[in-house]
Design a protein around this ligand. Structure first.
Ligand SMILES: C[C@](O)(CO)[C@H](O)COP(=O)(O)OP(=O)(O)OC[C@H]1O[C@@H](n2ccc(N)nc2=O)[C@H](O)[C@@H]1O
Ligand SMILES: Nc1ncnc2c1ncn2[C@@H]1O[C@H](COP(=O)(O)OP(=O)(O)OP(=O)(O)O)[C@@H](O)[C@H]1O
Length: 289
């Protein structure tokens, strides 16, 4: 009989505390500057490794076929990066507790991919370096490397050039306005501002930064505009990534909970603390293999 007590691994969310678009590369991707804040809240994954050679997702996501699921894609990518002699027979059944809204700009899919790469790298004994895992992850999405590194960081390039930074601990109230925003759609809009001047991170403050996608998303998705407008009554607030989630920043956990309690009934929200190191990385460090 299988042991019913699973080892659950965190798959945290992130916020883009700001998102400046500085230009565009020849391949169409955007050159950006951002501040990734890792949160102490997210999905969880468990991995039952076996010798079947098959990768199975025990908890499929409604609306996402398994071949497109970033968890399966990450596991297959890891296997394919190994010599056949090493990858032969590597199998796994993966369990998922999904909490993060999809298409929310909080990195759910990218984080799931990163957790899969990091944990299977250990459980399968692949011994790939973090740099190699980040390079593999980048082929799945621009947001995967930040979750591989697992540190709150100032980002440049397409989001893969990361400089870890230590931020004071704040609490965030995050609202999901029940609109799914396609990242590809927003980045393809002709009206998107693409010429924000680069900043030095030493000059960063929340007040002197912004999100270049926010206005366009608010114009197209009234629910996002409404949620942001609501939050701004209480605290400094902004959209994360290309939306749809918006967040407000509080000094103290209780203040965020107090404002959350005032939300109109039926609003999807969560309160989380910013962390400088992902809980996944602390758990991996503490584990003995
Ligand atoms: C906007 C951010 O959420 C900021 O954290 C990310 O840069 C997006 O990361 P992601 O969702 O992992 O993005 P990907 O899956 O790599 O790309 C989705 C789509 O967004 C566009 N894209 C993404 C990142 C980037 N620097 N420039 C882009 O133009 C591309 O059209 C791409 O087809
Ligand atoms: N394991 C997964 N979890 C969530 N979404 C996934 C997953 N695998 C594939 N997807 C697809 O990726 C899309 C984007 O989901 P995700 O939650 O990563 O968006 P996001 O929060 O906007 O990400 P980002 O901030 O990185 O742009 C989903 O709509 C879904 O079709």
């Amino acid at each position: 009989m299988n042991n019913p007590i699973k080892n659950w691994w965190p798959s945290p969310a992130k916020l883009n505390l700001f998102l400046h678009i500085n230009g565009r590369y020849k391949n169409g991707y955007h050159q950006l500057q951002s501040l990734f804040q890792i949160l102490d809240y997210g999905d969880e994954l468990a991995f039952d490794v076996n010798a079947s050679g098959k990768i199975t997702l025990a908890d499929p996501i409604s609306g996402v076929v398994d071949e497109d699921n970033l968890i399966i894609k990450a596991a297959l990518l890891l296997k394919q990066s190994l010599p056949a002699t090493q990858s032969n027979g590597l199998g796994c059944t993966i369990h998922l507790r999904k909490r993060l809204p999809m298409g929310g700009g909080i990195g759910g899919g990218s984080s799931n991919a990163a957790t899969t790469l990091l944990v299977l790298n250990k459980l399968w004994g692949c011994h790939l370096s973090a740099e190699k895992l980040a390079a593999l992850g980048l082929t799945l999405g621009a947001d995967v490397p930040i979750f591989i590194q697992g540190k709150t960081a100032f980002a440049e390039g397409v989001g893969e050039k990361l400089q870890p930074v230590s931020l004071p601990t704040k609490t965030y109230l995050i609202l999901f306005p029940d609109s799914h925003v396609s990242t590809a759609e927003i980045f393809s809009l002709a009206e998107l501002p693409r010429n924000t001047a680069k900043i030095d991170f030493s000059d960063y403050s929340f007040a002197n930064t912004h999100n270049d996608c926010q206005q366009l998303v608010c114009d197209r998705y009234p629910n996002v505009a409404k949620a942001l407008h609501w939050l701004l009554e209480y605290a400094p607030s902004r959209m994360t990534g290309t939306g749809a989630c918006v967040f407000a920043i509080f000094e103290h956990h209780q203040e965020a909970l107090d404002v959350q309690a005032l939300l109109p009934k039926g609003t999807t929200s969560f309160v989380a603390n910013g962390v400088n190191t992902s809980l996944l990385h602390s758990q991996i460090q503490a584990q003995i293999y």
